[in-house]
Design a binder for this molecule. Structure first.
Ligand code: LLP
Length: 389
C-alpha cells in the first residue's frame, strides 16, 4: 500500500483520535491556487466553514486570499486570524440581527443576501448604525451540480437564494433602499464538483442574467459576480493528486463567463483548499471476526468524522504501522453506539492489528469542524505538522 508522508514515530506518541494537518500540503495548495489566479480583479475567498482551525486560517490569510463566512462566529474567527475585513464576504440564509450588526461595524466587504426579507432587515440595521451595507444578491440558478443530494444547493427546491423569477424585483428593491449598495450577484451550486460542465452551465446562465438585470429600469450595474465554491477533490487518490485541478476550474470561468474589464469575479473555495492537508489519525482497538467479515474497530467515531455516516462519503484509510503487510478486507468501524458508525465496508488494507495507527485521508475539509461530542466523547483536537519539526 502506498501511504502519504507521515512522521509516524512522532504521531505514534500522541493520544488518538486527532486530526493531523500537513502544512506543506496546505502551503503547496495555496501556492498553486494563488498563482493560478493572475487577473487583478479576480478574488478568491476561502470558505471558513470547511475548516476553522486557527493555524489553518492564519496560513490561508497569509497567502492573501479573503474569507467567505456564514456566521458571526466565522467572521470573528476570520478577523482574528488576520483576514482583512475588506476581503470578507458573509453569506447564509438566516443571519441574525446581532450578526448583521457585528459584520456591519467590522466593515466587511459584502453581504450575500438570500431574500428580500433579509435585505430589508440589513437596510434597517445599517440605517440605525448610519452605515451602508454592500450587498450581492444570492441567486438560485436552478442548475444541477450532479453531486451528492445533500450537498447540492443550486436547485429550485433548495432553500438557498432568490429565484430567477423573483430576482428583478429584488434588484429594484436593493437599488431603492438608502442604506444598501447593490454590488452584484452571488451563486453557489453545490460542493464536491469534479466535472467542470455544471460550472460552464452556471457561467452561461450568469451571462444572460447580467444582461437582463442591467436592462432593468433602475439601471443597476453588476460590478461583482461571486460564483461560490464547489470545486471537488479526488478522495480516492490523496497521494497521487494532493492538489486539486485549480487550472481547469479557473479556465472554465475564463472560457465561459463574459466578464467586462470593470467587473470583478469572486469565488469561495473551501474543500479544495483544505481537504487534502488533513487526516484523522486513529488507532485500532479491536479486530473482531464476524461470521463472514472482519471488523477493524478504531478509536475514532462518527462524532469525529461524520462524512461517511452522513453522506456515504469515502475516505481512504492507510495503515501506517504495518503499511506493507498483505492486504485483507475489513469493515472499519467506530465505537459509537449507532450502526451508521461505519467509515468504510469491505475495504482492502494492510493486515490490521490491535494498536496499529491508521490515517483517514482527505479529511481536512468538513472533518474536524463538524465533530461533535456525541456519546460524551471528547472532541478530537489536532496536531499541526510544523510543530513536530
Ligand atoms: N459558498 C457557499 C455559499 C457554500 O454554501 C459553500 C459550501 C461554499 C462556498 C464552499 O464550498 P466548497 O468549495 O467547500 O465545496 N459538509 C459537506 C459540504 C457542505 C458544503 C456547504 N456549502 C461535506 O462534508 O461534503
Amino acid at each position: 500500500m502506498i501511504t502519504g508522508h507521515f512522521p509516524v514515530a512522532q504521531l505514534n506518541a500522541i493520544p488518538t483520535p486527532f486530526y493531523y494537518y500537513d502544512m506543506d500540503i496546505l502551503r503547496e495548495t495555496l501556492h498553486v491556487l494563488t498563482h493560478e489566479v493572475t487577473e487583478p480583479n479576480w478574488h478568491v475567498h476561502y470558505a471558513v466553514k470547511a475548516c476553522a482551525t486557527e493555524a489553518i486560517l492564519r496560513t490561508i490569510a497569509n497567502s492573501g486570499v479573503g474569507a467567505d463566512c456564514v456566521s458571526g462566529g466565522e467572521v470573528k474567527a476570520a478577523i482574528e486570524a488576520g483576514f482583512p475585513t475588506d476581503k470578507i464576504v458573509f453569506a447564509g440564509v438566516a443571519k441574525t440581527d446581532d450578526e448583521i450588526r457585528y459584520a456591519l461595524t467590522q466593515h466587511i466587504f459584502c453581504f450575500n443576501v438570500e431574500s428580500t426579507e433579509e435585505l430589508t432587515v440589513i437596510n434597517d440595521i445599517a440605517h440605525e448604525l448610519n452605515l451602508t451595507a454592500r450587498v450581492c444578491l444570492r441567486v438560485n440558478p436552478n442548475i444541477d451540480a450532479h453531486t451528492h443530494a445533500k450537498i447540492t444547493t443550486g436547485l429550485k427546491e433548495n432553500k438557498f437564494g432568490i429565484s430567477i423569477s423573483a430576482l428583478p424585483s429584488a434588484v429594484e428593491m436593493a437599488c431603492l433602499l438608502h442604506n444598501i449598495d447593490f454590488l452584484g450577484l452571488h451563486f453557489h451550486i453545490g460542493s464536491q464538483i469534479t466535472d467542470m460542465a455544471p460550472f460552464a452551465q452556471l457561467a452561461q446562465r450568469i451571462n444572460q442574467l447580467v444582461e437582463d438585470i442591467e436592462n432593468l429600469p433602475c439601471k443597476p450595474v453588476v460590478q461583482h459576480i461571486n460564483v461560490g465554491g464547489g470545486l471537488g477533490i479526488l478522495y480516492e487518490h490523496p497521494n497521487h493528486f494532493p492538489i486539486p485541478n485549480f487550472k481547469a476550474y479557473f479556465d472554465t470561468w475564463r472560457q465561459h463567463l463574459h466578464l467586462r474589464p470593470d467587473q470583478h469575479l469572486h469565488c469561495e473555495l473551501g474543500r479544495s483548499v483544505v481537504a487534502q492537508c488533513g487526516n484523522l489519525m486513529t488507532r485500532v482497538l479491536y479486530v473482531k471476526r464476524g461470521d463472514n467479515k472482519q471488523f477493524a474497530i478504531v478509536d475514532a467515531g462518527m462524532n469525529d468524522l461524520i462524512r461517511p455516516a452522513l453522506y456515504g462519503a469515502f475516505h481512504r484509510v492507510e495503515n501506517l504501522t504495518h503499511p506493507d503487510d498483505d492486504e485483507q478486507l475489513y469493515d472499519i468501524v467506530g465505537p459509537v453506539c449507532e450502526s451508521s458508525d461505519v467509515f468504510v465496508e469491505n475495504y482492502a488494507i494492510s493486515h490490521v492489528q490491535r494498536g496499529d495507527l491508521l490515517a483517514m485521508r482527505s479529511a481536512g475539509a468538513y472533518g474536524e469542524i463538524m465533530a461533535s461530542q456525541y456519546n460524551l466523547r471528547r472532541l478530537p483536537g489536532h496536531v499541526i505538522s510544523d510543530t513536530l519539526k
